[in-house]
Design a protein around this ligand. Structure first.
Ligand SMILES: NC(=O)C1=CN([C@@H]2O[C@H](COP(=O)(O)OP(=O)(O)OC[C@H]3O[C@@H](n4cnc5c(N)ncnc54)[C@H](OP(=O)(O)O)[C@@H]3O)[C@@H](O)[C@H]2O)C=CC1
Ligand SMILES: CC(=O)[C@@H](O)[C@H](O)COP(=O)(O)O
Ligand SMILES: [Mn+2]
Length: 399
C-alpha cells in the first residue's frame, strides 16, 4: 500500500453552512481534527441560531448572512454562543456577503449554496486562487465559459456533486485522450416508472420523497423532475470538457454506482459507495488525498443487486432539454437553470403544478435568443437570467 498522504492542515470557508451540504461538511471537518481550520461560514439567514452555534464550535473569524434583516438576530445569537469568549467573529450581512468571504480566500472554499446566486462566490473563490469544492452546480451551469475562464490552474475546481466526484475519481484510471464517454447515473427519482400524465400531477410531498438521498428541497425536486440530471449533464460537459453527445445518462435506482467513465479500449471504470454525501464532500476538502475514515464502504458479504435501465425521455424530457440548451448558445444553460429555479419555487409554494416545471423551462428556452460562447460576458449571463425569470413568471402566472 502507498504511504498515507501528508497530514497538513487546510483552511476552509463553507458557504451554505446551515444546509444539507454545509452541515455534512462540518461533520467531516469535526471528524478529522487537525486537518482543517474553518476561516468563515455563510448562510442565507433562515437559521441564525444554528449559524452562530457552528461559528462557536469551529471558532471561525467571520460569518456572513445574505439576508441583511437577519444581521441583528445573528449578532445576538453570536453573543450567546460566544458568551465569555473574546473571539467573537466579524459579521458580514447582505446579498454580497458570501462573495466577499469567498474572495478573501482560504485553501478551500466549499460552495454549498443553492441556486445560481452562487455564481458570485464561485467566481470570487477562483479569482482568489482558492480550490473551489463545488456542490453549487447552478453557478457552473449559469456561468459556463466564464467560470472555466476564471480558473487559474488544473484541478482548481473539485466537484462535490456525487456523480462528478465519481467521474473525477474514475478519470484517474486513464488519460484524457483515452476517454470515450462519461456515464452519468440517475436514481430516477420518486417517479421512476410513472407515465407522463402521472408525473405531471405529482404533489409536493411526493416530489420531496427522494428514494435514496436526503437533501435540500430544491435539489430534491430537481431530482424528481430529472432537471437535476439535466443540470448535471451540463456540469459534466463543462467540468470535464467532454461533448454533451459523449455523456450518457443511465438510470440506476440504488444510487451506489455514482457514475462511470468508458475508455477507448472498452473498459468501464465505476465508482461505488453507499449513498452518503460525506464521501464526495471529504474528497472536495482534501483532494487529491483521501481522508481515513469517512463513510462505511459497500458490504460485499450481503447479497445485493445493482440495476441499470434507460431513461424514459417521454415522461422526463429534462435531460433532452439540457442537451438542446448546451447546443443552442452560451446563455441557454443559464436560462434553463433560472427558469427552473422560478418554476420550482412556484411549485413548492403551491403556485404551480409539478408538470409546469419542465413545461415552463421548455417554453422559456424556446423564446431565448442566446449569446455565443466566444463573446459572452457576465452582463450577458445576468441579463439572460433576469429575462428568463421574468418570462417564467409570465408563463406561470397565466397558467
Ligand atoms: N444536499 C445534497 O446532498 C446535494 C446538494 N448538491 C448541491 O449543493 C447545493 C446545496 O444544496 P443543499 O445543501 O441540499 O441545499 P440546502 O437548501 O439544504 O442548503 C442551502 C444553503 O445555502 C444557504 N444559502 C441560501 N442562499 C444563500 C445566499 N444567498 N448566500 C449564502 N448562503 C445561502 C442556505 O441558508 P438558509 O437556509 O439560511 O437560506 C443553506 O445554508 C445545491 O446546489 C445542490 O444542488 C449537490 C449534490 C448533493
Ligand atoms: C447526491 C447527489 O449528487 C444528487 O445530486 C443526486 O444526484 C440526486 O440523485 P438523482 O438526481 O440521481 O435522483
Ligand atoms: Mn448529483
Amino acid at each position: 500500500m502507498p504511504d498515507s498522504p501528508a497530514r497538513t492542515s487546510r483552511t476552509v470557508t463553507i458557504l451554505g453552512s446551515t444546509g444539507s451540504i454545509g452541515t455534512q461538511a462540518i461533520d467531516v471537518v469535526r471528524a478529522h481534527p487537525g486537518r482543517f481550520r474553518v476561516d468563515a461560514l455563510s448562510a442565507g439567514g433562515g437559521d441564525v441560531d444554528l449559524l452562530a452555534r457552528q461559528a462557536a464550535d469551529l471558532g471561525v473569524r467571520a460569518v456572513g448572512v445574505a439576508d441583511a434583516s437577519r444581521a441583528a438576530g445573528l449578532r445576538e445569537a453570536l453573543a450567546g454562543a460566544f458568551a465569555g469568549r473574546e473571539d467573537v467573529p466579524e459579521v458580514l450581512a447582505g446579498p454580497d456577503a458570501a462573495t466577499e468571504l469567498a474572495g478573501r480566500g482560504s485553501d478551500v472554499v466549499l460552495n454549498g449554496v443553492t441556486g445560481s446566486v452562487g455564481l458570485g462566490p464561485t467566481l470570487a473563490a477562483l479569482r482568489a486562487g482558492s480550490t473551489l469544492a463545488l456542490a453549487n452546480k447552478e453557478s457552473l451551469v449559469a456561468g459556463g465559459a466564464l467560470v472555466r475562464a476564471a480558473q487559474q490552474r488544473h484541478d482548481q475546481i473539485v466537484p462535490v456533486d456525487s456523480e462528478h466526484s465519481a467521474i473525477a475519481q474514475c478519470l484517474r484510471s486513464g488519460t484524457r485522450a483515452e476517454v470515450r464517454r462519461l456515464i452519468l447515473t440517475a436514481s430516477g427519482g420518486p417517479f421512476r416508472g410513472w407515465d407522463a400524465d402521472a408525473v405531471k400531477a405529482a404533489t409536493v410531498d411526493q416530489a420531496l420523497a427522494h428514494p435514496t438521498w436526503a437533501m435540500g428541497p430544491v435539489v430534491t425536486v430537481n431530482s424528481a423532475s430529472l432537471m437535476n440530471k439535466g443540470l448535471e449533464l451540463i456540469e459534466a460537459h463543462l467540468l470535464f470538457d467532454v461533448p454533451a453527445d459523449d455523456i450518457t445518462v443511465v438510470v440506476h435506482p440504488q444510487s451506489v454506482v455514482h457514475s462511470m467513465v468508458e475508455f477507448v479500449d472498452g473498459s468501464t471504470i465505476a465508482q461505488a459507495s453507499p449513498p452518503d454525501m460525506r464521501l464526495p464532500i471529504a474528497l472536495g476538502l482534501s483532494w487529491p488525498d483521501r481522508l481515513d475514515p469517512v463513510t462505511p464502504p459497500c458490504d460485499w458479504t450481503a447479497a445485493t443487486s445493482w440495476t441499470f435501465e434507460p431513461l424514459d425521455d417521454a415522461a422526463f424530457p429534462a435531460v433532452h432539454l439540457a442537451r438542446a440548451a448546451v447546443a443552442a448558445s452560451a446563455t441557454h444553460p443559464a436560462v434553463y437553470n433560472a427558469a427552473n429555479e422560478e418554476a420550482v419555487a412556484a411549485f413548492l409554494s403551491g403556485r404551480a403544478g409539478f408538470g409546469d416545471i419542465v413545461t415552463t423551462v421548455e417554453r422559456v428556452l424556446a423564446a431565448h435568443d442566446g449569446t455565443p460562447a466566444d463573446t459572452v460576458t457576465l452582463d450577458d449571463v445576468a441579463g439572460a437570467e433576469a429575462w428568463a425569470r421574468a418570462r417564467a413568471h409570465e408563463i406561470l402566472d397565466r397558467r
